[in-house]
Design a protein around this ligand. Structure first.
Ligand code: SAM
Length: 401
């Protein structure tokens, strides 16, 4: 019987909250002021198709070239002459950030996510890379490698693992990072929670066993790439924060980049089915909606509306947003029906918020469908406050019907 980590006992909650309080919200105590010269990125992975060590559900590796195109056009237009910092407040597997910084489209990236497991992973991958690689090799050799008959027991161990409340913070962080990496690499579709089981099933009768997505050399190379980005100042920090705090804190930490030298790329949980995929979703019933998933409730879209309201009225720097192509998003005035941002007179005055146009396009993306083999195509909605002249209409960036 798989222990249900989504219904933790009081002891679990205490241990988890003790652990969460010792997970730093940042890697660095103070923001790097971004004055240090940028080290060169000398790494084979910059040109590789995939850079992220995580196989994250809804990963945007195939959207990254489209985003790169728009950012390059914006830089060429001189409206946004340089992008010194790309902020990703819903980082997940960070596929877009890793690619954009690796290719030099943006100078530096800042990752943030509200899930402590995910942020512990990125913090340790960045700042304690070799320790995580050692743990990863150890787990592979002892439990996951083909013939390692204890893979499913180890999966159960990590699914129910909670750090001891009296453990040292560095050990808690390393444990959470390893938990994230183990479950991501061995669970169906890389899902970290809910009903998703181990790859190959509990009986491991499938030709694709629990270790089939775990190539230790390739994972080590990707982890070293993250460490390299951090070491060369390209990855400036990893924040464990709610998106609102991230967007509000960037102007505090990096005031000299506001408004035109920083851009946010936001990839929030989809309107549909996100609670199946992420431990933190916009489902008001919690990260995992369980059996309630699919039964719509009147306030289901409340958190999407809060994000939309912030982006329409308070964002102090330009943004790109990707979503599932749900007609509600561009049809509702509570979401993104408007053509421009509408900040209040006070926010214009005190925060310097502008009224940028919001350009909308559809992009066809190829996904690995959850629960199915092969790829499927789906339209992704892209909305941006980058200058409309830099967002063309063509085969790749289609106008909304
Ligand atoms: C669609 S995924 C991002 C995928 C990512 N773009 C990639 O390529 O892997 C959405 C992410 O948002 C995070 N998230 C959910 N609610 C959040 C919130 N309130 N604030 C910040 N992050 C949140 C989830 O933990 C998840 O990692």
């Amino acid at each position: 019987m798989i222990r249900n980590v989504d219904a933790p006992t009081v002891a679990h909650v205490r241990a988890a909250s003790a652990a969460t309080s010792t997970i730093p919200t940042h890697i660095l105590d103070d923001a790097r002021q971004l004055v240090s010269p940028l080290g060169s990125i000398d790494h084979a992975l910059t040109t590789s198709r995939y850079q992220s060590p995580l196989r994250y559900p809804g990963a945007k590796s195939s959207l990254a070239p489209v985003i790169a195109r728009i950012l390059d056009a914006a830089k060429a237009s001189r409206t946004v002459p340089e992008i010194n910092l790309l902020v990703e407040p819903f980082a997940g597997g960070a596929s877009a950030s890793l690619r954009l910084v690796g290719q030099g489209i943006v100078d530096r990236v800042l990752l943030a996510d509200v899930d402590p497991l995910v942020t512990a992973f990125w913090q340790v991958a960045a700042a304690d890379t070799e320790a995580l690689i050692d743990r990863m090799h150890d787990e592979w050799t002892r439990y996951v490698k083909p013939g390692g008959a204890t893979g499913v027991q180890r999966w159960d161990y990590w699914r129910s693992w909670m750090p001891a409340a009296n453990a040292k913070p560095t050990m808690i962080r390393l444990g959470l990072a390893m938990q994230c990496l183990f479950l991501n690499r061995t669970t169906f579709s890389g899902i970290l929670h809910g009903k998703a089981g181990p790859i190959g099933g509990r009986k491991q009768e499938s030709p694709y066993g629990i270790g089939c997505r775990w190539n230790p050399e390739s994972i080590a190379e990707r982890l070293r790439y993250v460490g390299h980005l951090y070491g060369t100042g390209r990855l400036v920090d990893v924040w464990r924060k709610d998106w609102r705090q991230t967007l509000a804190d960037v102007p505090e930490y990096y005031p000299h980049l506001i408004p035109s030298r920083v851009v946010a790329y936001l990839d929030p949980p989809y309107i549909e089915k996100a609670s199946h995929l992420y431990r933190a979703s916009f489902d008001p019933r919690g990260g995992y909606g369980g059996d309630e998933v699919g039964k719509s409730k009147p306030n289901d879209h409340m958190l999407h509306m809060q994000l939309a309201e912030y982006l329409r009225t308070k964002a102090q720097f330009r943004w790109l947003l990707s979503y599932d192509n749900n007609p509600l998003l561009t049809g509702s005035p509570w979401l993104y029906a408007q053509a421009r941002m509408t900040p209040s007179a006070e926010d214009r005055e005190t925060l310097g918020v502008r009224s940028w146009a919001m350009t909308k396009r559809l992009v066809t993306m190829r996904y690995t469908a959850s629960g199915k083999t092969g790829k499927r195509s789906a339209d992704e909605l892209l909305i941006t406050t980058l200058p409309p002249s830099t967002v063309p209409v063509d085969d790749q960036l289609r106008e909304l019907a």
